[in-house]
Ligand binder design. Structure first.
Ligand SMILES: [Zn+2]
Length: 133
């Protein structure tokens, strides 16, 4: 299990099992936050806890997700879908930048073009370690 914690320690996430590839996205939110995402469904392999506040895309008439962040230290903890899918599940992704570096350093990066095409880009061999700084 991998655990992430915000800077002040109030908010946590856990992810059980293999997180798979980690997503780096260039959308207007991810670019600003500098986040790297691991995905699953809420309350299945991923659990989030803490006094999180939420942000939904300002000015978007029908937002599909909310950002969860710590109200004290402002770390982005996760995003979570606002509507359940047909199977009753709710998509969630946690920010692996909150994990200990050694726990996630070797995970492969998937580049997702959330800004223009909403498609995955070809893998370029980078892993989380290459994205830290
Ligand atoms: Zn915090």
């Amino acid at each position: 299990m991998i655990t992430g914690v915000c800077h002040c320690g109030a908010c946590h996430w856990t992810l059980e099992g293999d997180p798979g590839a980690i997503t780096a996205c260039n959308c207007t939110l991810c670019r600003r936050y500098g986040v790297l995402w691991a995905y699953d469904d809420a309350d299945e392999r991923i659990h989030v806890t803490g006094p999180m506040r939420t942000y939904t895309h300002a000015g978007m008439p029908d937002p599909t997700l909310e950002i969860l962040f710590c109200p004290t230290c402002a770390c982005v903890v996760a995003w979570r879908g606002l509507k359940k899918r047909e199977d009753g599940r709710l998509r969630i992704a946690v920010n692996v930048r909150l994990a200990p570096p050694e726990a996630v350093a070797d995970l492969a990066i998937d580049h997702f073009d959330g800004l223009n095409t909403s498609e995955d880009l070809p893998a370029d061999g980078r892993c989380v370690r290459d994205m830290w700084f």
